[in-house]
Write a protein that binds this ligand. Sequence first.
Ligand code: J2J
Length: 542
Amino acid sequence: MKTTPDTPVRPRAEQELYIENNYWQQQSLGSLVSVWRTQFSNNVALIEAGTALTYAQFEQRVLAHSAGFQQLGLKTGDHVMIQLPNNLDFVISCFAMFHLGVIPILAMPAQRESDIAALCDLSNPVAYIVPNNYLGHDYIAMAERIVSACPSIEHVLVSGNAPATAPFTPLSQLASTTPVVAPSIDPSSTALMLLSGGTTGTPKLIPRSHNDYHYNAKASAELCQLNQHTTYLAVLPVAHNFPLACPGIIGTLSQGGKVVLCPAPGPDEAFPLIEQHKVTHTALVPALAKLWLEAKQWDDTDISSLQLLQVGGAKFATEQALQVPEVLGCKLQQVFGMAEGLLCFTRLDDPQSEVAHTQGRPLCDLDQIRIVDEQDNPVAQGEVGELQTKGPYTIAGYYKAPAQNQTAFTSDGFYRTGDLVRMNQSGNLIVEGRIKEQINRAGEKISVAEIEQRLLTHPYIDEATLVPVPDAHLGERSCACIISSQPVSLNDVHQLLKEQQIARFKYPDQIISLSFWPLTAVGKINKTALAKRAEEEYIETS
Ligand code: J2J
């Protein structure tokens, strides 16, 4: 009987090509910590609030945590759910796990029980790492409920104070001076799992290998010309691929630069850190970039050290893109990326018109891209079609998801991005829309299917769908469209989702009630008409 591996891998010949070209450097992410220590020993590697760690101190902390994890019984191949904000514990814990071949599953602090429980079901983690409290949410209480529902979890490790009850242990107590016995790690094995934005009712995990993720971070760092004088501000949630490795934290460390961890993304928090640490590089989603542009009009904090602002995660409006150099005093780089792999960047020496109007081109010369029509046939040059891709850092399939992999990947191994793009004369891509059933709310991705299923659990809602509506602040907001037996308000829907422990960003921003669906010529729900009606009916409250 043919068995399907939990983690699909690239054919041997492709792997060999990546190794021969030196894109896959056959090193585990954990082993890099000592390589960096030898190269950059006394440089500052990481800063959080009042604490700064040199590369040598960072290595010590990683080794001490590896030893602590090992004493707890964590071993190569084990999964650990980690849900931390932008702090040193996140970075140290991840590298300590990479060192042991333990696989962190990177959950966002904004996620709530429904997501975490589903991810635990899928991946059976042996430990769960949480903050005690962050932005008013009690993670200890949440962890208690997760542990009782998920029998594989033996340890809850807490960043900050932990309750004295088993199985809770403060991460700070874990560090051990017993030397770690580091196992040898296969660099083509999974190093970490990222979360997919999702188009289905259940979450999907993206397995990234040591080889591919190292390439991803290092090549991005080289493209952005990071070096030992770089100071990178990690503003977006660090569990996200963009601030983690595009080039983000790992890319900056690979070049001997300094990473400053920013606890929250607003200008109030970020601008003083930029001034204090003379930050040179950072990355934002468009909704935040817009906020920064607005704040800079009246805020006189000195952010003149900024050299490069990367903006990605959702389409950046051209008029805002054009303002970046003048208002923020730095270069702009547009990034069109995905946790599944492919990264497109505008280049530092691209003319301003390309930077303002396009989302760039692939990072690697071995990235294969094609733009296809509904029958998977290539469209003519300059036409819009779905982007498909494969390459040295794009996954061959989601973790334990054979059915989804059948549809998300072509028979020749290309990932169907679900994004509609066109290529201009200079080879840069312009994102024109998407065919995947997803809403991109300020860069955060919401699966339409998941929210539809949940809306249908309301006793009065008979039929439901969710549509994206253009929004001045969020880029897109979500509108629940329902057919119900009795009136249902937006508040009722929020209450329902709150009871189901859904992350706040997935709550619909708007609701419209209908008695019948507008239909397209082929009899499908006409979502364009729904979005138009939602736009007409919308009353801004804030
Ligand atoms: C339009 N849509 C975009 C852009 C991503 C860097 C940057 C972003 C992500 C990311 C990332 C877009 N314009 N500039 O992982 O490393 C939408 C597309 C894409 C999806 C991926 C990175 N940049 N998108 O956003 O996995 O629809 O990664 O397929 O969260 O975001 O989402 P995600």
